[in-house]
Design a protein around this ligand. Structure first.
Ligand code: SF4
Length: 459
């Protein structure tokens, strides 16, 4: 399959890869596809399905405006976003791609179709522009999870990269394991060889080191930042206070399970940053962005590896392989298969990555990944108020601990296991297909309707 480690791990901003990152990319792409823009007189963005139902809570409205301004998820300054949007709202104008100013108000030009879906995916959006000569252009895009987008009719999410011939092509775990048997290579070695068909070794290593650097910074910022999260639920940030307590506490009176708290807090710190619209890395989504950084930090610091740099790279390559399989054969979109496809997949990726970094065999990597997903099967997506806060933040803390448990169970065995990763991914796909829409990132069921929500009432 033609996916890269950098497709799974993308530097962006919170709070959602499918509802923030994807729409921002789509809005910008629409304008780039329709350049030049000098005679454009109006632009309208219409949001459908889950993007409409939870779009306000997920910041989709802001993301669309930023994309129309020409901003990218990796390039936009999270600290400047609110000022940029406020200026646009006050002026009633938008500067398209930083080039052409048009009249634009959210009320008139940003339309939420709460009761309608577009046919190919629950996260649909349509952009339309009009020109001075009376002509117009319109295109539909889908945000299909993890920041991936595709236009209507496109077979797969793509950013226009040419297809390459991979030394170890795989569409299933069975194929990847087969290559491992015939080549004698580990999963991270095969993924590395595949990546090197696209970029140089130096670019690959620098890119992965940068991903880890941003993840580490995100954890640190989250562990240092207290206060309240935006959105109207008045959710208090907890990671920093709990981290301070853990650091200054009476070590002699700590209980054995207190050791697990650090990993949960790393994950929660990332997801609090995400909920606040901070700089995060999709892993494989924003909603599930805390699990992999937390387990990576646990590996790099607590496991005391001899060569952490090499280990972190092996971790990321292996985690990416699992994410690619889940994306290709099921989904990493909460709007498509529920939270099993976000937190469940992130847990599987982290578990597999940790096993690889600790020198486990290919069979043990598969074993850890299948355990990671298996115990999230059926998990719904029901964020309160459409905000990526409750249950998402704690859920990442739990997912990180589960990933370490899955890796540990696998490493204690010899790789023999009953359920294959391909089996469990197919099970996730079918479970997601059977799941009612109200449990798939619509905030129409589950916790979202059993807890009073300021934001949802406002929608
Ligand atoms: S419940 Fe899970 S899938 Fe849904 S928004 Fe939260 S993290 Fe994402």
């Amino acid at each position: 399959m033609d996916m890269s480690v950098f497709d799974l791990f993308k530097i962006g901003i919170g709070p959602s890869s499918s509802h923030t990152v994807g729409p921002m990319v789509a809005a910008r792409r629409f304008l780039l596809e329709n350049a030049p823009l000098d005679d454009v007189t109006s632009v309208t963005a219409e949001l459908y399905g889950s993007l409409a139902l939870t779009g306000i809570g997920h910041g989709t409205d802001k993301a669309v405006l930023l994309g129309l301004m020409g901003e990218t998820p990796q390039g936009v300054d999270p600290d400047a976003v609110e000022d940029m949007l406020a200026a646009a709202d006050v002026d009633g104008e938008l500067r398209l791609l930083g080039e052409k100013t048009i009249a634009f108000t959210r009320k008139q030009h940003l339309v939420f179709h709460m009761a309608e879906n577009l046919p190919e995916h629950p996260n649909g959006m349509r952009f339309t522009l009009a020109r001075a000569d009376g002509s117009s252009a319109s295109r539909i895009y889908y945000s299909v999870g993890g920041g991936f987008i595709r236009a209507e009719g496109e077979e797969a999410a793509t950013d226009g990269k040419p297809a390459v011939r991979l030394p170890y092509p795989f569409n299933t775990m069975a194929e990847l394991l087969g290559h491992g048997v015939s080549s004698g290579k580990t999963i991270p070695q095969m993924l590395r060889a595949n990546e090197l068909t696209r970029i140089s070794e130096a670019e690959l290593n620098q890119g992965m080191d940068r991903i880890w650097h941003v993840m580490r910074d995100c954890i640190q910022h989250g562990l240092e930042t207290s206060g309240q999260l935006p959105g109207g639920l008045n959710v208090k940030r907890r990671a920093a206070d709990l981290w301070r307590q853990a650091q200054g506490g009476d070590r002699a009176n700590q209980l054995p399970h207190d050791a697990l708290n650090g990993v949960s807090l790393y994950a929660m710190a990332v997801n609090e940053e995400n909920a606040a619209g901070g700089r995060v890395v999709t892993a494989p989504t924003n909603g599930a962005a805390g699990i992999i950084p937390a387990v990576l930090k646990y590996y790099a610091e607590d496991c005391k590896p001899v060569d952490p740099i090499t280990g972190v790279r092996a971790f990321l390559l292996t985690a990416a392989a699992i994410g690619m399989l889940c994306k290709r054969n099921a989904s990493i979109s909460g709007a498509e298969v529920g939270c099993q496809g976000e937190v469940g997949v992130a847990c599987a990726m982290a578990a597999a990555g940790l096993v690889a970094a600790l020198g486990g065999s290919n069979a043990q990597i598969e074993n850890a990944a299948e355990i990671g997903i298996e115990h999230h099967l059926g998990m719904t997506c029901d964020p309160i108020g459409g905000l990526v806060q409750i249950p998402c933040i704690e859920r990442n803390g739990m997912g990180a601990v589960k990933a370490i448990t899955a890796a540990s169970l696998s490493l204690k065995g010899d790789g023999t296991h009953f359920v294959t990763l391909d089996n469990v991914i197919e099970t996730m796909r079918q479970t997601g297909a059977d799941m009612q829409a109200k449990y798939k990132e619509t905030s129409l069921g589950g916790l979202a309707i059993h807890v009073v929500s300021v934001n949802h009432a406002a929608c």
